[in-house]
Ligand binder design. Structure first.
Ligand code: GCU
Ligand code: CA
Length: 390
């Protein structure tokens, strides 16, 4: 895909047409300074404005898990995006390295290694396990009817805070009569979700009765991968992109600058460089800085040359921001001004929208230098976003 400056071209954003247009930014763009990104407050206001009867998905009300009131509804606030506001009861299920006095067993969904989700480490939310009425379409919001799968990303808002969370566990199915849970309930999340949102997180005395808004992003590109040790970081890494994608779909002015904070130090964007044959500068995966990233051809030796300038000569640390959404590392030889300085491994990332860093040291000359990242395997180089010199 060719480079384009507008992040609206991102496929996921294109799928997020607004159910009911609602301008969350002043329509008079000239009166508004260029936005760097959508804030949680702006996006929550847009979500709440779309939680209308016309956008209601369920025909029978859900049950607030804490208060038991049958007054919770789910709204489609943009195409494929579903929101509800309810309580937070604290789910302490799942395997945890930490001692967990309230441990109740396994979570319905697992991390990418097949381990039950660690409720003290992974922010996850809970939905009904089945359709309580045993009807199709379900009179309630039943996740299987809405392209929602295990580890599906959601934004969670509470009291001025906003976090990323994943679909981790389900409420007891209606054929299980051993507890007062039932699959119409909405309003439970893990210990970690509570602590990130500033909600008391004890499994027995914690939680809040209301005011937690969960905004679920459906579709396979919003499924979060990772292990119990990095699922939290991976989910938080998607928050700003989710805010910007949903914010833009709500009729606001798309952000004109990157959604993520560029690394500190002197950062040079890969898209200012040149590519070997077959490479392109793309913007079809979210989370890059600048206007895009380098996608080299899938071939051994395929490279991107990045021009960098430093004030003084010396051995510097070169930190590459990259993404590798495949299942194998993309090692690459790093050369400076034509001299190889070693091979960096570029291990896999959760997906092509998740960015990591890899560093190597190398001598640079004062003034202009050219840094080449040349893939050594048949896949070519990882997608390269930038290099920071420090
Ligand atoms: C996909 C992905 C590209 C990536 C490529 C690759 O096509 O969208 O961004 O560069 O895989 O395997 O190198
Ligand atoms: Ca590529």
């Amino acid at each position: 895909m060719s480079s384009t400056r507008t992040r609206l071209a991102v496929a996921t954003a294109a799928a997020l047409a607004l159910a009911t247009p609602f301008a969350i930014r002043d329509a008079d763009a000239a009166a508004v300074p260029a936005a760097t990104s959508y804030t949680p407050a702006e996006v929550l206001a847009g979500v709440q404005a779309n939680m209308t009867t016309a956008n209601k998905v369920n025909s029978k009300p859900h049950i607030n898990t804490m208060t038991r009131a049958q007054n919770v509804n789910v709204y489609q606030v943009a195409t494929g995006v579903y929101a509800y506001t309810s309580s937070m009861a604290i789910d302490t299920d799942g395997s945890d390295p930490d001692p967990d006095p309230d441990h109740q067993g396994e979570t319905t969904f697992q991390d990418s290694n097949g381990k039950a989700l660690a409720a003290h480490h992974v922010p996850f939310y809970v939905l009904g396990d089945d359709c309580w009425d045993r009807k199709s379409p379900c009179p309630h919001f039943f996740y299987k009817e809405h392209n929602v799968k295990g580890r599906q990303f959601a934004l969670m808002f509470y009291n001025g805070k906003c976090i990323g969370s994943i679909f981790g566990d389900t409420q007891t199915a209606n054929d299980q009569t051993t507890s007062d849970n039932d699959s119409r309930e909405l309003g439970e999340a893990s210990v970690k979700a509570a602590s990130l949102l500033g909600i008391p997180s004890s499994g027995t005395t914690g939680g809040v009765d209301n005011g937690v808004t969960v905004v679920i992003f459906s579709g396979s590109s919003w499924v979060v991968n990772g292990s119990n040790s990095n699922l939290n970081a991976n989910a938080q890494g998607m928050v700003q992109n989710a805010l910007d994608t949903l914010g833009a779909s709500m009729g606001g002015t798309p952000p004109t600058t990157p959604p993520t904070t560029p690394p500190t130090g002197s950062t040079f964007e890969a898209e200012t460089g040149t590519l070997s044959a077959g490479g392109t500068f793309d913007s079809n995966h979210t989370g890059f800085t600048g206007t895009g990233f380098a996608n080299t051809a899938n071939a051994a030796g395929a490279y991107v040359d990045i021009p960098v300038t430093v004030a003084a000569a010396g051995t510097k640390t070169l930190t590459f921001r990259y993404s590798d959404g495949t299942s194998a590392a993309r090692p690459a030889t790093i050369s400076v001004n034509g001299t190889s300085r070693g091979t960096l491994n570029f291990p896999t990332t959760a997906n092509w929208d998740t960015w990591s860093t890899a560093s190597i040291s190398a001598p640079l000359t004062a003034g202009a230098n050219t840094i080449r990242v040349a893939g050594t395997t048949a896949g070519g180089a990882a997608n390269i976003d930038s290099v920071t010199i420090s």
